[in-house]
Design a protein around this ligand. Structure first.
Ligand SMILES: Nc1ncnc2c1ncn2[C@@H]1O[C@H](COP(=O)(O)OP(=O)(O)OP(=O)(O)O)[C@@H](O)[C@H]1O
Length: 203
């Protein structure tokens, strides 16, 4: 059975993309079939797995807005077992374009449902916001892995993130779970690092 995990935190630069790419590559190296869905307009997961922007014909924007079947956007990477649905900067307009559309919260789930049986794991790299794209990711996922950077404002905004999870559970995906908090850029030699780790443990 396929496991779909969203990497999410509306704070920027906490390690969502780095985790998606490395977890994806690690799972593929362990013999699993993995699809990364790049849902961030910066397209860093796309370039992170070695895809050149010039080679992308259709991307996640076309899936969400133009209803292009996801299988037509999937690109193989150089690593066996690791595929990606790429993102480009055109995704930055998608939040606004999705707003008046029918089934705007469930579009990613519906398109993913057509391909996910081909994979053991699907990892969705979310943008640094709690907008419609992140809601689409939560609606399509079994669980959410929350990278938290070990820094001063690490836990700020986490309650908003958890509220969004509750709303998605209530309206679109009652089985959605929190996979866990992943502490990134942790330095055990600093008091701050140790304090953030303790706070994450009591969450
Ligand atoms: N575990 C880590 N240790 C050290 N540096 C890291 C780690 N994870 C990520 N970084 C670095 O932190 C920066 C931000 O990481 P990344 O792009 O993965 O974050 P992000 O949450 O996806 O960002 P955004 O919110 O902009 O999408 C990058 O320069 C990355 O190389």
């Amino acid at each position: 059975m396929t496991i779909v995990i969203a990497l999410a935190n509306q704070k920027g630069g906490v390690g969502k993309t780095t985790t998606a790419v490395n977890l994806g590559a690690g799972l593929a190296a362990a013999g699993k079939k993995v699809l990364i869905v790049d849902a961030d307009a910066q397209g860093n997961a796309t370039s992170g797995v070695g895809i050149s922007k010039a080679d992308i014909k259709e991307d996640i924007y076309d899936v969400l807005i133009n209803e292009v079947p996801m299988k037509e956007t999937i690109m193989a990477t150089q690593r066996d077992g690791l595929d990606i649905v790429p993102a480009t900067i055109q995704l930055s307009g998608a939040e606004i374009e999705l707003t008046p559309q029918m089934a705007r919260e469930t579009r990613l789930r519906e398109s993913l449902n057509q391909v996910k049986a081909n994979y053991d794991y699907v990892l969705i790299d979310c943008p640094p916001s709690l907008g419609l794209i992140t809601i689409n990711a939560f609606t399509a996922s079994d669980s959410i892995l929350i990278p938290v950077q070990s820094e001063y404002y690490a836990l700020e905004g986490l309650s908003q993130l958890l509220n969004t999870v509750e709303l998605v559970k209530k309206h679109f995906n009652k089985n959605l779970k929190i996979e866990g908090v992943l502490l990134t850029m942790y330095d055990s030699r600093t008091n701050l690092g140790v304090q953030v780790k303790m706070k994450c443990k009591v969450l």
